[in-house]
Ligand binder design. Structure first.
Ligand code: ATP
Ligand code: MG
Length: 450
């Protein structure tokens, strides 16, 4: 992609109404634009990030055996009256009437709709276990939308629902979700810690929230520092193996880690040696629940069990804040010059700065580098505009692409271009062919190209 033909409306000034760094940087980098309070357009650069985040979420859900579908944003109120939540949900639910006076709502979540789909089609325990999920826009009329996409009113969520014949099987689904979520966040370059959480309006007995530590997080969290050392790494996981998933969940849930709602100072002191006790702020990027038959009983979602009698199915629901993650990654990865994208979610993997777009030789080298990268499936962003060099560097730093190649007449005369890593500024002089080879090797090793 060429900057001269792209739509990259970066802002020179820092927007005064944005309180936290991710919101400021997303506005300045031209990733989002507010349409109304808590409602955003995703500009081209922002959309690329959102799509990469969604792709990782999709891949990890499917790896765990979960099946994608797509439910609508608008739902009939009748289903919510059946579960009793139409009145319980309160002011956060956006209620709408259509031209015939029928009550609709913009879905804040989908337990009712999915339960209705399930009860219409599934009859027997033989069709279980089943986990369906979608990635769809939600609306919650938050009283105080703020921090940009972190607390929007309209936001993109992956929400999944498991249906199981009994509690044990549903608890395996719970564990499977926890493992798949850990993999998902790790792939994005994030450390998200599962913390024991309240079940809130969803209900149920088991729940964990996943929190990314950041000073600007809205939740207060308390944890044993041992948990922040854990990682899955390249471990391959058999998601059908109950013991294997349970063992990973044990490993990650044994160290104390709780949000303020479930925090118990006495247990904290008893269980965690003083030097490992931590408290911090955190951003909630996902939550999983097991709630048994809370929806299946009132809504009649039953199956014929092994002995032929009808039993209500055991369910759980599981959410990832896809659009919030774009902000959370920035909160975790930035410096005073701008964003520092982890390679896995960067809008472009490489930026190329052409320091002399009017010079044929310089432009020719840029084109050759672009073609070399593209032939390996790497799409760079080439700044071929007439802007001053300083402005080009500032924009590249602001939008935070992991690698920058700087091409100018002086270097070319000596046979090199410069390759700079955004995270630490480390710079290397390489020939135009070598720079392409080196980047292909790096992305191949990271599994980001063929
Ligand atoms: P919060 O406590 O932050 O209001 P929640 O617990 O109500 O969130 P869930 O129902 O657990 O939210 O939704 C699943 C995920 O969706 C959350 O973990 C969060 O990442 C994301 N999410 C929830 N509300 C918003 C919002 N207003 N804007 C952006 N993302 C959100
Ligand atoms: Mg939650």
């Amino acid at each position: 992609m060429r900057v001269s033909r792209y739509f990259l409306p970066v802002l020179k000034e820092t927007p005064s109404d944005a309180q936290i760094v991710s919101h400021r940087l997303m506005l300045r980098a031209g990733m989002i634009r507010q349409a109304a309070a808590g409602i955003y357009s995703w500009m081209p650069l922002g959309l690329r990030v959102l799509q990469r985040i969604e792709k990782i979420v999709q891949e990890e859900q499917q790896r765990a055996g979960h099946i994608p579908l797509l439910m609508p944003t608008l739902q009939p109120a009748a289903l919510w009256r059946e579960s009793g939540r139409y009145d319980d949900y309160g002011e956060e639910m956006l209620r709408i009437k259509d031209r015939h006076g029928r009550d609709l709502l913009y879905g804040p979540t989908n337990e009712e709709l999915i339960t209705d789909i399930f009860r219409s089609h599934v009859r027997s325990y033989r069709d279980l276990p089943l986990t369906l999920y979608h990635v769809q826009w939600k609306f919650r009329d938050e009283i105080r939308p703020r921090f940009g996409v972190m607390r929007g009113r309209e936001f993109l969520m992956k929400d999944g629902y498991n249906f199981d014949v009994d509690r044990e099987s549903a608890l395996h689904a719970y564990n499977r979700h926890m493992v798949s979520y850990l993999r998902t966040y790790e792939r994005m370059g994030l450390k998200a810690i599962p913390m024991r959480a309240d079940t809130g309006p969803i209900g149920g007995t088991h729940s964990h929230e996943f929190l990314v530590l950041a000073d600007t997080g809205e939740s207060e969290v308390f944890f044993d520092s041992a948990i922040s050392e854990l990682n899955l790494g390249g471990r391959s996981v058999d998601f059908n193996n109950w013991q294997e998933c349970a063992a990973i969940v044990d490993e990650w849930t044994q160290p104390y880690a709780r949000t303020e709602e479930t925090h118990d100072p006495r247990t904290f002191e008893l269980e965690v040696p003083e030097e490992r006790r931590r408290s911090s702020r955190g951003i909630e990027v996902g939550q999983i629940f097991y709630f048994g038959t809370k929806y299946s009983e009132p809504m009649g979602a039953t199956v014929a069990g092994t002995d032929g009698t009808q039993v209500p199915v055991h369910m759980g629901s599981h959410g990832i804040g896809v659009s919030r993650l774009a902000g959370a990654v920035i909160e975790a990865c930035h410096d005073d010059r701008g964003i520092i994208w982890p390679e896995a979610v960067a809008p472009f993997p490489v930026g190329i700065i052409n320091l002399a777009p009017k010079d044929d030789k310089t432009s020719d080298i840029c084109e050759r580098i672009v073609r070399g990268l593209e032939s390996s499936g790497i799409e760079p962003l080439l700044d071929d505009t007439d802007e001053r060099a300083g402005a080009k560097f500032a924009t590249m730093d602001l939008i935070g692409l992991p690698w920058r190649i700087t091409v100018g007449p002086r270097g070319i005369a000596d046979g090199y271009v410069e390759l700079t890593r955004r995270s630490d500024g480390e710079t290397e002089k390489l020939g135009p062919e070598q720079v392409v080879e080196k980047l292909i090797d790096i992305f191949r090793a990271a599994g980001l190209t063929n």
